[in-house]
Design a protein around this ligand. Structure first.
Ligand code: AMP
Ligand code: GLY
Length: 426
């Protein structure tokens, strides 16, 4: 079978790398891919981002299965379109993808179906939003409605920050949020305390299968300080997701979400990612939904997947997940992101990357914002690489990931030095 992975990040590099290990696969294509997928002899990049063009390419090239990494093509309806042309594709439809593409939709959905989440209100009018924030006080969280590449959330510790966020989200759109119908909107919600975890499942429209648990680090700087990013590192499993929390997440969040979508007339297929806040008593609230796997969480998760990813996806596209038992490596996987100068606001492109090591079974350099030019790898985006290692403990996986990252260099490189610290017992 020939398979196509859509996307160009570290997540898609990991998906393509994992799929290429399947004995049933003739060829893995990545559209458009990056410098890492270009360099990998097992993978072929297809330099296309236009979805109609890509669908025609998939038909012409007899692609047996398409896997979509990022949210933008899902929100644009790639699944609806590929299916309408008889192509097998794993992901949510455009209607289902609203769980991620609109915070206002997902918050109203959670409220309607009794799924635990922070108290909130939605605004289009800046004056009303300012008045609400003054009434509620800080800390408070301001979220842009619309896809914003992980940058549309401001956790405001002061009223000043909250007011500023309202202005740049509702009036200026300095973040470049892709607005939904009706224009700029913000969700303003209660600040939650606790520890975060990424809880991901596969849905085949009928059954749900949980992936290994994970946790990422969203802030730019050590100690979870600085601005929010798409994610500076991740590890799997997440110790905060105990067996009890796992059961609760399925019972209180995931299953009611799938059932709620069904009640609203939307059959959910694809990955579903619930960002959870877990309090010290093990109670959970849903911070957000994503309709895809997380990046960088995918990199450590897929390094731990022992099952054939193609088999998993074939089951997931034929209502067969109840027949499948996924096998996971008992070891810990930990990935460290190396980001470009200026990330997250203004990442610089075009810096040459040196010192890239050879891939190993237990230490992989997944590429994200890279491109290959005349045999050289250059930076081409915010998150450049995710160096991911497998080892017996979090501490050892952390050491190995940083050791693997050490020889890699590019101008202005930003890397946290403490990925995994919450999971390391002193
Ligand atoms: P989201 O994209 O909605 O998950 O928000 C991005 C990040 O902002 C989350 O991973 C949290 O770290 C933080 N965050 C979002 N909502 C809240 C909240 N209600 N309380 C505290 N932190 C939050
Ligand atoms: N790492 C968080 C996300 O993919 O949204």
């Amino acid at each position: 079978m020939k398979v196509l992975v859509v996307g160009s990040g570290g997540r898609e590099h990991a998906m393509a790398w994992k799929l290429a290990q399947s004995p049933k696969i003739q060829q893995v294509y990545v559209a458009p891919g990056n410098g890492g997928t270009a360099k990998d002899a097992q993978l072929i990049n297809v330099p296309m981002t236009d979805l109609v063009q890509l669908r025609q390419w998939a038909i012409d090239n007899h692609i047996g299965l398409t896997l979509v990494g990022p949210e933008a093509p899902l929100a644009a309806g790639i699944v609806d379109d590929f299916r309408a042309h008889g192509l097998r594709i794993f992901g949510p439809t455009q209607a289902a993808a609203q769980l991620e593409s609109s915070k206002a939709f997902s918050k109203a959905f959670m409220e309607r179906h009794g799924i635990p989440t922070a108290e909130f209100e939605t605004f289009t009018d800046a004056a009303l939003a300012h008045a609400y924030v003054d009434r509620k006080g800080a800390p408070i969280v301001v979220k842009a409605d619309g896809l914003a590449a992980g940058k549309g959330v401001v956790v405001a510790m002061s009223l000043t920050e909250a007011h500023e966020a309202i202005d740049f989200m509702l009036l200026d759109n300095t973040l470049g949020v892709a607005h939904n119908v009706g224009g700029a909107r913000v969700v303003i919600e209660e600040f939650l305390m606790g520890e975060e975890a990424s809880f991901m499942v596969l849905c085949d429209g009928k059954n749900v299968a949980a992936l290994a648990t994970s946790q990422d680090h969203k802030r730019l700087l050590n100690g979870d300080e600085g601005p929010n990013t798409g994610g500076m590192g991740a590890y799997s499993p997440a110790p905060v997701v105990t067996a009890e929390v796992h059961a609760r997440a399925l019972r209180e969040v995931i299953l009611p979400t799938i059932r709620g979508m069904d009640k609203d007339g939307i059959n959910y297929t694809g990955f579903l990612y619930a960002g959870l806040m877990i309090d010290p008593q093990g109670r959970i609230k849903t911070l957000e939904f994503n309709c895809r796997m997380g990046d960088p969480e995918t990199q450590p998760i897929l390094m731990r997947l022992k099952s054939d990813l193609l088999e998993v996806l074939l089951a997931a596209t034929s209502e067969g997940l109840d027949q499948l038992e996924m096998e996971w490596d008992r070891r810990v996987a930990l990935g460290v992101v190396m980001a470009a100068a200026g990330y997250p606001m203004n990442p610089r492109k075009g810096d040459p990357i040196t010192g890239l090591p050879k891939d190993q079974d237990d230490a992989m350099v997944f590429h994200a914002g890279t491109t290959e030019k005349d045999g050289q790898i250059l930076t081409s985006g915010g998150r450049v690489l995710c160096v991911t290692a497998l080892a017996d403990s979090v501490k050892q996986a952390q050491q190995k990931a940083y050791q693997t990252a050490r020889p890699i260099a590019f101008d202005g490189m930003q890397m946290r030095e403490d990925i995994g610290y919450r999971a390391i017992k002193n």
